[in-house]
Design a protein around this ligand. Structure first.
Ligand code: RIB
Length: 290
């Protein structure tokens, strides 16, 4: 089967700092690097590194050739990655000594996808495939509706969090992936607890506290512990988790085993610097011993 990822492709400009800057503070970076990022690209790379067939639906600008090449090098199909005149998306990322980050994104080409792009790409999708999107592109709802209509499993990773965007996806999504802060924000804004949302599976990533899977149909929730690691860079850890989760589900793994493996992949990623470029391959995850 195929994982269809409608998502952003960013050039990540990463600055390593002794601490995250306070308002008005000027800081000298200890290190600078440019890498491949964007929540869509990260999820697509993670799913491909986990062994899935992955189609990325997105856009880059004239400055994005290196990102397209790198995606293809990681095994992601870039057939539906449009190349237009608008500059590619980028992110400015500060990472502190504990691996925590602050991220500012500029949408660029990610927010200018052509209306027909999702229809054209998903014409090749078949029932049982998986569709995932995040909140860094336009066309989320339109593409999700097409995917749903074709019998795909529709997954929404609610980041960057925006309550209106989540509300918009609730009617189409079979699975919602969000972190603990986003889950609390959603509950505060809607007055509805995650277990009461009209979505079959809700996955809440809780950092060092692990992952909670809420199976709303069964009315059950189950917690999974995190793999303890010393964090070097948490950027893209959630994306790694989601990509791995969807790839392994797509490959027929049961939810509990898929969450375990995805959690391990995210933990391994956190020990490395970078986003897409730091996502481990499946054999590294399986063979990883702490
Ligand atoms: O989730 C991490 C990603 O968020 C980064 O790669 C950055 O590009 C932003 O999209």
């Amino acid at each position: 089967m195929t994982v269809w990822c409608l998502g952003s492709v960013n050039a990540d400009h990463v600055y390593r700092l002794p601490h995250l800057p306070a308002p008005g503070e000027t800081l000298a970076a200890a290190q600078y690097a440019r890498g491949l990022g964007g929540k869509g690209a990260n999820m697509a790379v993670a799913a491909a590194r986990a062994g899935a067939r992955v189609e990325l639906v997105g856009a880059i600008g004239p400055d994005g050739g290196w990102m397209k090449q790198r995606l293809a090098g990681y095994g992601v199909s870039v057939t539906h990655l449009a190349e237009g005149g608008m500059p590619s998306g980028h992110a400015v990322i500060y990472v502190d000594a504990a691996g925590e980050n602050q991220i500012v994104i500029f949408g660029g080409a990610n927010r200018a996808l052509e209306a027909g792009q999702a229809t054209t790409a998903l014409a090749n999708a078949v029932p049982g495939d998986t569709f995932v999107c995040q909140n860094e592109t336009n066309l989320q709802r339109e593409a999700a509706e097409i995917a749903k209509g074709k019998g795909l499993r529709v997954v929404y990773a609610a980041a960057p969090f925006d309550v209106a965007a989540v509300r918009d996806m609730l009617g189409a999504a079979d699975m919602l992936v969000l972190n603990a802060v986003e889950a609390a924000q959603l509950e505060a804004a809607t007055g509805t607890a995650p277990e009461a949302l009209p979505v079959a599976d809700i996955i809440v990533t809780r950092g060092a506290e692990g992952v909670r899977w809420i199976d709303t149909k069964a009315g059950q929730s189950r917690d999974f512990p995190a793999t303890p690691v010393t964090a070097v860079d948490t950027t893209g850890a959630g994306d790694t988790f989601t990509g791995y989760l969807l790839a392994t589900l797509d490959g027929g793994m049961a939810m509990a085993e898929a969450i375990d493996l995805a959690g391990k992949a995210a933990a391994l990623k956190v020990t490395r610097q970078g986003a897409a470029d730091a996502i481990p391959a499946r054999d590294e995850v399986v063979g990883w011993r702490l």
